[in-house]
Ligand binder design. Structure first.
Ligand SMILES: [Zn+2]
Ligand SMILES: [Zn+2]
Length: 98
């Protein structure tokens, strides 16, 4: 059954009831914490990536692409190495200099 997905989540505060504890899962893609409401599974509140075999948040589930957090880190690392190479080329100091 399809239902309109709302942005974010609402924390239900019942003045007549004590504060309930929510289960939470961390999105394997963006590390966002998603609260699991009672009676619902992680897939109901967010999504589940079959590639990472781990739960994701609703936003990443809607995106439908697998972008693991570690992959983002590696991409940032690669960019730094690339910039360092550009810097060496710009300095004019080749292997034979000196
Ligand atoms: Zn996410
Ligand atoms: Zn994934």
């Amino acid at each position: 059954m399809l239902s309109s997905r709302t942005h974010g989540y609402a924390i239900i505060t019942d003045p007549d009831a004590p504060v309930r504890e929510f289960d939470s899962v961390m999105c394997c893609h963006c590390q966002r914490i998603t609260l699991i409401k009672p009676g619902q599974s992680a897939a109901d509140c967010g999504g589940f990536c079959r590639l990472c075999f781990a739960p994701t948040c609703g936003l990443c589930a809607d995106a439908g692409v697998c972008v693991p957090f570690e992959a983002k880190l590696e991409r940032a690392e690669g960019r730094r190495v690339f910039l360092r190479g550009v810097e060496l080329l710009g300095s004019g100091l080749g292997p034979g200099a000196g």
